[in-house]
Design a protein around this ligand. Sequence first.
Ligand code: ARG
Ligand code: GLU
Length: 733
Amino acid sequence: MRFIIQSFVLAVFLMASTGVKAGEGMWLPQLLKVLNEQEMKSMGMKMSAEDIYSVNRGSLKDAIVHFGGFCTSELISPNGLLLTNHHCGYGQIQAHSTVENNLIKNGFWAASKKEELPNPGLTATFIDYIDDVTKEALRGITDKMTAIERQSQVDKNLAAIRNKYKLESYQNVIIRPFFDGNQYFAFITTTYNDVRLVGAPPESIGKFGSDTDNWVWPRHTGDFSLFRIYADKNNKPADYSPDNVPFKPKHYLPISLDGVETGDFTLVFGFPGKTNQYLTASAIKQTLEVLNPAKIGIRETALAITDKYMRKDEAVKIKYAAKYASIANYWKKWSGESIGLKKSGAVQKKLDYEKEFNHRLPENSPYKTLISDLDKLYEKSNPYAKANDYFNEVVLRNVELTNYMASLRRLVAAYENGGVNGYNEYLPRIKGQTLDFYKNFDAHIDQEKLEALLEMYVSNVDSRFVPPFLQKEYFGLRPDQSMDYVVKDWYKKTKFSNIVLSMNVLEMEPEKAVQAIKNDALFSVIDDWVDFYVDEISTPYNELKRDIDLLQAQYTKAQIEVFNEKRFYPDANSTMRVTYGQVNGYEPRDAVYYEPVTYLDGVIEKYVPGDYEFDLEPKMIKLYEAKDYGQYADKTGKLPVCFLGSNHTTGGNSGSPAIDANGNLIGLNFDRVWEGTMSDINYDASICRNIMVDARYILWVIDKYAGAGHLIKEMKLVRPKTNVKEPQKSKKR
Ligand code: ARG
Ligand code: GLU
């Protein structure tokens, strides 16, 4: 891996000398000193790399917390107060809601620590330190190995590395591949699991604009919520107990009241989930022509059915709110991504890049056929990839009872492999899952979804991937005849359409329960369908994917060697990253320029009384009319709501702090702009922007709207611009 570091250093040098504009990249915090510090300073940063990541002293990284493993959050008080997005805490806010006490609708503010609400299962994870373990991880690996041989050697190596660490019970070591397996880092983590809900605005603020505004600028959402980490008397992680005390962090973020202007330096620190920057044109074509259309189509259908019922019934709306938002979120993202990939000519850009890559290779290079080999594999994998996405979206993601049947399969397997003991060992897990599942489940809605989605599966997937027992002729139907009655029959006969029936089965003697499950009308179909899927779709597909991954690993390595004037950053993989950019607007299309800041005035402009997406509480309108913004207004007397940056972010960066040149919190990352959602595959500095809530809006809502001034008192509010000499601004916008 030495060559990577060397070419990085060289590349940074070149960048600085050629003045390339930054924004792209999700960088490892421990490598900033070598790779990025100089550039960050040239963009206005006043801190050092050591202020951001240090193992020897408190640094920014000690305030950054992986929230529940899916979002980011940050500490903003010496008493463990944690800030994240409203949509990140949504599951918890929903879990505490009932029709009578609807926290989604009305918001929630704990008046004292005693009122803060525990959330079983919710975790807050810190990164203690990061080790480069590439050498040990790749020990014994040769270029001649097959994908399987390589994987099994790497797995052995990783297990050995893991064993080397002496950890506390609350610590963990997570080892992840970088650059498609060319580099490995170990993250040593500490996880707290008493994390309580402290505050959340009503959805008319926290989810203002809802799905219509999701992924869209201009934006006016106050997408934040507050939690608190609790620890034992020694400040160490402990299971929930009323005796636990607020956690004392090594570092927490001061909050700037001075806000941002175009050109200001912005740093976003968090846990981006997954990106794919180094793919071939053929891979992007697969996403664009096969995968995205399949997933978008299925979700569109499922969402329309759920929406119909949510609008009719308040209780259904609460039950399905979080699930709907999560399905709708990526449905919309994929649509934006496809539009952006097409509009930016992403496939052609990659083709040009590949031409240049091949052109630069020496005559005898082992990489000569790399791209054409990958192209062939992608071509071959297209139908499998499509069937794979269809199966997963229909059976495991959108229809829920089918997903539950897949869990029951594991219980049956536990019995078949481990007898009564195996069964009894697995049963508590299934029971827990069962209780959770039925809380938010309506069999009628689910049945309607399976009717529609099965039809889509049968008519859109290659017929060799439709199991014989799901083919229309098996039921004596013509291709144009509906299978609805078949699905209706499964749902009528199944013993799992509600929690009482389901628990009845789970309370039986193991042998009887297994019999009852296996004889169930819906279970037996799904059981066979999953078997068919494994044999005919996922096994051959995974084999192809292993070959693709092996070649992709070589291709990524080759790109770094061949384009050694370019700077490379590893794809996101849910590990801690820093991305930096500047506050900047953009041109979404010809003759249109979007300003980078929105104001409360825009919230009022969007207000539609009675509309579930754009309604406002009377209190909001009163405060607006009184212009009661206190210390939170900007220089012109307006209250900023959201702003844009050129930081390269992705899913998982939700809840990430936006930090100014001096290390103060200026905003809370929560989204990207529509035109730039393709940035996971094809980052384009001219239109890819991340969206943040302005910290002053968050403070204003807590203070003036919610009257929770006691929370503001915990925080450290600063005025870095007013108290220091105006820093030099970049003139570019
Ligand atoms: N698009 C943002 C993200 O990917 C926000 C999602 C939550 N909001 C919503 N309306 N579903 O998480
Ligand atoms: N909203 C996203 C999340 O939950 C972050 C926005 C993005 O994908 O960039 O992580």
